[in-house]
Design a protein around this ligand. Structure first.
Ligand code: FAD
Length: 442
């Protein structure tokens, strides 16, 4: 370490990405300062509820066994909602340990404890106001009260990384590249949650429900609203939320709280949270620009990780895994740069190579068109097909004393009449293109 520097690496932001980067550096004997604006770990961080085993294991190895999670999430349901009905598919695997429900406060607190054990210098209550540059390289950061200098700075400051923007690594924020999600945490008696969701007392199972459809309640009649809602079970709380693209919110003039209220009042969902006590409300952005809108991921003396880099696959509700793994890969790159005493962009390009070898850029590439295609077919996904599913199952399950053949023929004829053939082809094109892109991904 040169005398001009107080530390080897500075990491800005103590979410999963920043903590993971800091751990990688510290456990390999280098000095790292982790700066976080919040007073307590996790207090500024928001998610729906699931953090993934493999990604945690990648960073924490066997220590994952000690993660203070609340439930193992091993049951997933996918529901299409309309006014008064729903169509649900469930997948469960009692032996799966793929995902854990854990509150962000507890997750970040636990991760910070692991980081401190490795020798990370953690500084909460520290807002980084700007980056310090010299000769076209980032060489440190300025906080409200002091300056820190290091040859490598890792920006893990989350979805609206103003530091990356000021540095010119990101373009101006475009609303279409972000989801706004509102989420409530609802407290219920543990036993009630177990009864309502058919869960075991020993916390070895838990549910994640994902909902599609928007043609209900106050949202009825809004044609092009693509939204995904979710519910996660914790020990004695439920988290429920909804995400809508910022551009769609502006176009429909809806407030995200109205959307969440409509979701909570849906007849399929209201009984699940009935008599619960609202104990937490949060709203947060999620990056949705994907591969086609990634920022510049590194420059002289600096790398972007996690949400700051736009690493989220919103189709699968995956973000913490991208954050944990990209943080570790940036940490590994910083170690190489320190060993070679070379912090130029050309050396930090190793980070991009590592991202390309990992699932991160492969997945983002495979899903590069999916979100845009889903948005372009918003009405089909949110209104048209959920309603057609209802009509279909009304025939399957209903007894109308009309010949079934006549009813099914009527359904089919109406389906073709209702749907302009050009719209049907657009749907088929969009959904097949999504499937093909993913199948042909790297
Ligand atoms: C509503 C919602 C639901 C989600 N659900 C899931 C889910 O179920 N599963 C999943 O895997 N992902 C989910 N995600 C995505 C996931 O939360 C993020 O991808 C993940 O938290 C990103 O981690 P990060 O470390 O990059 O950023 P963050 O967790 O956002 O951390 C950034 C940190 O930087 C700090 N910071 C920012 N600016 C500064 C500064 N100038 N100085 C100092 N500190 C600063 C912040 O205080 C914060 O602690 C969800 C996201 C949202 C919003």
């Amino acid at each position: 370490m040169s005398n001009d520097f107080n530390t080897d690496v500075i990491v800005v932001g103590a979410g999963p990405a920043g903590i993971s980067a800091a751990i990688e550096i510290a456990k390999n004997g280098r000095k790292v300062v982790l700066l976080e604006r919040a007073q307590y770990p996790g207090s500024k961080n928001v998610y729906g509820g699931a953090v993934y085993h493999k990604a945690l294991e990648f960073v924490f190895k066997d220590q994952v066994q000690e993660l203070p999670y609340e439930r193992i999430i091993n049951e997933h349901t996918y529901s299409f909602l309309n006014e008064d009905s729903s169509f649900e598919m469930t997948y469960k695997n009692a032996n799966s340990k793929n995902a854990y429900a854990i509150k962000r406060f507890n997750l970040e607190h636990w991760m910070i404890e692991q980081a401190k054990k490795q020798g990370v210098y953690y500084s909460p209550n520290t807002l980084v106001k700007k980056l310090i540059e010299n000769n076209g390289s980032v060489i440190g950061v300025e906080t409200e009260f002091e300056q820190y200098f290091a040859p490598v700075v890792i920006l893990a400051d989350g979805v609206n990384s103003l530091l990356a923007k000021k540095l010119g690594l990101r373009e101006n924020f475009k609303s279409k590249n972000f989801i706004l999600s509102a989420k409530e945490v609802i407290k219920l008696n543990k036993k009630i949650i177990e009864q309502r969701f058919n869960l075991k007392e020993d916390l070895t199972n838990g549910v994640n429900k994902q909902y599609f459809g928007s043609d209900f309640g106050k949202l009825k009649g809004i044609k092009n609203l693509f939204m995904m809602s979710y519910l996660y079970t914790f020990k004695d709380t439920i988290s429920i939320g909804v995400g809508v693209n910022l551009e769609d919110l502006a176009k429909t003039k809806l407030n995200i709280n109205e959307v969440l209220d409509a979701v909570k009042q849906h007849p399929d969902i209201a009984p699940l949270i009935e008599d619960g006590q609202l104990i937490e409300y949060s709203a947060h952005l999620i990056p949705e620009g994907g591969f086609n809108n990634l920022p510049k991921l590194y420059a002289n003396g600096v790398m972007l990780v996690g949400d700051a880099a736009g690493f989220v696959n919103s189709v699968h509700f995956e973000g913490t895994n991208f954050a944990l793994v990209s943080g570790k890969l940036a940490g590994e790159t910083a170690l190489i740069a320190l060993d070679d005493n070379d912090f130029r962009e050309s050396k930090l390009s190793v980070y991009k190579e590592k991202l390309e070898e990992s699932f991160i850029l492969k997945d983002l590439y495979a899903y590069r068109n999916v979100i845009e295609l889903l948005h372009s077919r918003a009405n089909s996904l949110s209104v048209y097909y959920p309603n057609k599913i209802k009509e279909f199952f009304e025939i399957v399950t209903g007894v109308s004393c009309t010949p079934k053949a006549k009813e099914f023929r009527g359904f089919l004829i109406q389906f073709i009449k209702d749907r302009k053939i050009s719209e049907l082809f657009k749907d088929i094109y969009a959904f097949s293109k999504c499937a093909l892109d993913v199948l042909l991904g790297k």
